[in-house]
Ligand binder design. Structure first.
Ligand code: SF4
Length: 630
């Protein structure tokens, strides 16, 4: 490759077993940059309005960016895009690891897959060649086994495999895509989309590595970033996201007992430091990343055995299967994490759905008769682990829970909707709006449902310090108190949402690429990076517009489906928390109502329908969508 991207998009018609290559012009790459924005371009162009997310008309896009695969920390991520079977709206998810860089080296910037194969297949892409191969013998296999078999039959141990597990085959609505047997394009159920297409895996291998337009500038930036890691990230590389358990507990923001409390009395048992001291055997990494934050645990003989091949739990997993289910058993949580990676389940939606079911069980809305005798109570370690297995295989009560908590509540009725903690059909992640209030807005307006990596959280604008310095680059000049929800706070949320949206279009890791104070790289380095990679003389304005464009493309997709209006907040968000520093805290309905209106008008979205206005789409160079959405 003579540059940082190929200029080639691989199209795959699974129904007819055909592949072909599209070569978009440079202007296409500069406008969308890759990742999520690029995937959305094809989702908007090729998915018919009203398409069944689990039908052949849905289109699944796997996309890399103009910077993927270059030798610098935090650039090896890939985006999956399709209509979501969980929410019915746009689906989107990123994952790191080694698959993204290897997929880039295999010869394409993105893979656009449509139709449904008549029998199970996998896609094998190597050095610019693409072929569909029989996967009948892989169907039903857990991820670790399928990966090993694919490498064995293709005769190369260095092949990277992105795949679904049995949960995707069973069309569990929060099934995910897994690579390296432990990295997940986790959210919005895109594993079920892949399963509905009879596509088991996408295996990649290649030698065509990207080249930076200015290799010296890139090397300087990579070196500076690596030297900056200890200063900015503190203990993060050592303890990973798992250290967030203790941090959330201290602020009263650790979801506990289905978001009824922000503190968990046994939080230390599931904290990152405890994990480090007891079961962690290795810190793993993504391609070329010097941070090495990924967890690998090995457990033998503590009631649960956990295979290190499947990694170890991140903060979200620790909180959702741990405190939120009233579980203080690190081995059990690690087992639940292992099962999710073996079967291909999103740990956040899985943990959130089980916590909802536990509350329903304790309140008598779900009975032992419904659960086949499973005592789904908070703190019941065995029941939590068993529930994960049942969901993955859609057996017993697992068949209902595999629909996700929102659909399950609709089917169950009995007033169980009252205990839902979800937005736009997707379960909340483990960050609480009662303590970080802009989350209440972003969870409900975010086009692909509740997500904690879609904007900067409130503490970053509360204090002075490096984050504040970075935020001045966006014209955000003043500190704003934690619980303030006025227009300045909403502007902070929206502008940083554009920045996060850019990160998902460049497919970079948001831990490494800020605006957060603790990220080694900030907005200025984004400019240097894209310039060094592509040679384009980009500005911060141009880059932020890429992020804003991607957000509007998602929302335009939802508008076509009649799903652009922000979701209402779950009733639980207005119930005061109990215990700890957040005791008595809750969201205020009137304040949130006003915050939604402020957000929508600032974003250039219709305050009633949530649809991007024609003017906003035209401003972003998306007139071709405006023509369709009216
Ligand atoms: S910071 Fe962690 S998750 Fe992000 S790229 Fe590096 S190793 Fe991967």
């Amino acid at each position: 490759m003579e540059r940082s991207y190929h200029g080639k998009i691989l199209h795959v018609d699974l129904t007819g077993g055909r592949t072909w290559v599209e070569t978009p012009p440079e202007s296409f790459y500069r406008k969308y940059m890759g990742g999520s924005a690029l995937g959305l371009y094809y989702a908007l162009k090729e998915i018919p309005v009203g398409a069944d997310p689990l039908g052949p008309d849905n289109v699944l896009v796997l996309s890399l960016s103009v910077v993927t695969g270059l030798p610098i920390s935090g650039q090896s991520r890939a985006t999956a895009t399709a209509k979501s079977p969980l929410t019915g709206a746009i689906g989107d998810g990123q994952a790191g690891g080694f698959w993204p860089a290897e997929a880039k080296a295999a010869g394409y910037d993105a893979i656009v897959m449509k139709g449904r194969a008549p029998k199970p297949v996998y896609l094998w892409i190597h050095d610019g060649q693409a072929e569909l191969r029989d996967a009948s013998h892989l169907w039903g296999k857990i991820t670790g086994e399928a990966e090993a078999l694919i490498r064995q039959e293709l005769g190369d141990k260095r092949i990277e495999v992105l795949q679904i597990g049995p949960a995707g085959e069973q069309l569990v609505r929060f099934a995910c895509l897994i690579n390296m047997a432990n990295r997940a394009n986790g959210r919005t159920g895109l594993g079920a989309v892949m399963g509905s297409k009879n596509l088991k895996a996408v295996a990649v291998r290649g030698k065509d590595r990207p080249r930076a337009a200015d290799p010296e500038a890139l090397q300087r930036l990579a070196k500076w970033g690596a030297q900056n890691i200890d200063r900015t990230m503190g203990t993060f590389p050592l303890y990973g996201t798992a250290e967030t358990v203790g941090l959330q507990q201290a602020s009263g923001g650790l979801p506990t007992y289905n978001f009824r409390q922000g503190v968990f009395d046994r939080f230390q048992d599931i904290d990152g430091v405890t994990m480090y001291d007891t079961i962690l055997v290795k810190r793993d990494t993504c391609f070329a990343c010097a941070v090495r934050c990924k967890r690998v645990v090995d457990i033998q003989g503590k009631g649960f055995e956990v295979d290190p091949l499947y990694g170890g739990p991140e903060y979200e997993t620790l909180a959702m299967f741990g405190s939120n289910c009233g579980i203080a058993d690190l081995a059990a949580i690690s087992k639940a994490n292992e099962l999710c990676n073996k079967y291909g389940l999103d740990t956040i939606s899985c943990g959130g759905t089980i916590a909802w079911a536990m509350e329903c069980f304790e309140k008598g809305l779900l009975t032992a008769e419904d659960t086949g005798g499973l005592e789904l109570r908070f703190g019941n370690v065995e029941a939590m682990v068993e529930a994960v297995k049942l969901i993955a295989t859609r057996q017993g009560i697992g068949d209902l829970l595999a629909e996700g908590s929102v659909r399950a509540a609709r089917k169950l009725g009995r007033g169980s909707e009252r205990f839902l903690v979800a937005a736009r059909g997707q379960e909340y992640p483990a960050h609480m709006p009662a303590t970080k209030r802009t989350l209440g807005v972003i969870y409900s307006v975010n086009p692909f449902g509740a997500d904690h990596m879609s904007h900067e959280h409130d503490p970053e604008i509360e204090g002075e310090g490096p984050a504040h310095e970075r935020l001045t680059r966006f014209g955000i000049l003043n500190r704003i108190p934690m619980h303030d929800m006025g227009p300045d706070k909403i502007r902070f949320a929206l502008y940083t949402q554009y920045m996060y949206s850019l990160a998902d279009s460049l497919d970079v890791c948001q831990f490494v690429w800020g605006p957060a104070s603790w990220s080694p790289f900030g907005p200025d380095e984004y400019i240097e990076f894209v310039r060094a990679a592509t040679g384009w003389p980009v500005s911060l304005f141009e880059l932020i517009k890429v992020g804003e464009r991607r957000l509007n493309m998602m929302q335009a997709f939802n508008a076509r489906e009649g799903l652009a209006a922000p979701d209402t907040l779950p009733p639980r968000m207005f119930e005061p928390l109990s215990g700890g520093p957040s005791d008595g805290w809750a969201l205020d309905p009137e304040e949130m109502k006003q915050a939604f209106r402020t957000y929508l008008s600032m974003a250039g979205w219709d305050v009633e329908t949530g649809a991007p206005t024609r003017g906003k789409l035209e401003e972003l160079g998306l007139g071709w969508i405006a023509g369709r959405t009216g």
